[in-house]
Ligand binder design. Structure first.
Ligand SMILES: Nc1ncnc2c1ncn2[C@@H]1O[C@H](COP(=O)(O)OP(=O)(O)O)[C@@H](O)[C@H]1O
Ligand SMILES: [Mg+2]
Length: 239
């Protein structure tokens, strides 16, 4: 069986919420499916921090004469990350081919078992390194994350054309940090001047996630309040 589907969570811009969305979405999927996360963000891996397993290391075993990683299991999600295996300072200096080689190896040497979905938390970018990573990991789908800021929207359009060139189907876009809810009145306050995101980008918007303190750390108790609708939307498209 192996891995049935690989879904990359991507954006050209950093800081729009890829890692946050990746953890929460994978967690929703993990209630119904076997799920893994591969943190491929060599410059700033975050999943081990979000999932609160920074102190853990995947066990290394020799299986059939090959070095293999036993992924960490947390909240019913299997995790392996560049953050577990790399020295931060050195990783930031790596060049394209080394980078993509390392990520591909990390994916292939991990004992994922039978997974329905492997989520890839991608680094930001559109450059060569990024292209290689995206094409070597061979995701079945990509999910783009944006905010409504002009800059993020421009970058999302760039990502869209890059993935179209790579012929990786785009599930759609998640509009993150879309609005806030007033603490006093409970009123929804938009965080950006209104734009028709779906029209601007030309992709389906799969959910609008608020900007809230509750999402600055991963909390399995409240995750579904914010991500259940988006989970159902995504599932409908890929199932
Ligand atoms: N919906 C949200 N509400 C509030 N803070 C958020 C939200 N999404 C992301 N953040 C915060 O924004 C920052 C960047 O998010 P992150 O998931 O690391 O983005 P990326 O992986 O794209 O760089 C983090 O500090 C994160 O906690
Ligand atoms: Mg990230």
């Amino acid at each position: 069986m192996g891995i049935k589907q690989i879904i990359a969570i991507a954006s050209a811009k950093g800081g729009v919420g890829k890692s946050t969305i990746c953890t929460n979405l994978a967690f929703q999927f993990s209630k119904d499916f076997n799920v893994g996360i591969l943190d491929a963000d060599i410059y700033g891996p975050n999943q081990h921090i979000l999932l609160d397993v920074s102190e853990s290391k995947p066990e290394v075993k020799i299986i059939d004469g090959k070095k293999s990683f036993i992924p960490i299991k947390v909240n019913n999600i299997l995790l392996n990350s560049m953050g577990f295996v790399l020295d931060d300072d050195k990783a930031a200096m790596w060049r394209g081919p080394m980078l993509s080689g390392a990520i591909k190896q990390l994916k292939e040497l991990t004992q994922w078992g039978d997974l329905d979905y492997l989520f890839i938390d991608m680094p930001p970018g559109t450059g060569d390194a990024y292209l290689t990573v995206a094409s070597e990991l061979k995701p079945n789908y990509v999910l783009l994350v944006t905010s409504q800021s002009k800059l993020a929207v421009k970058d999302t359009i760039k990502s869209k054309s890059m993935f179209e060139r790579l012929k990786i189907p785009i599930i759609g876009v998640i509009d993150n940090m879309s609005y806030s809810v007033s603490f006093q009145s409970g009123e929804v306050v938009p965080d950006f001047s209104p734009i028709d995101l779906e029209h601007e980008i030309g992709l389906k918007i799969l959910g609008s996630i608020p900007r809230t303190k509750e999402l600055t750390a991963f909390n399995p108790e409240i995750s579904s309040n914010f991500f259940e609708t988006t989970y159902n939307e995504v599932l409908q498209i890929i199932e």
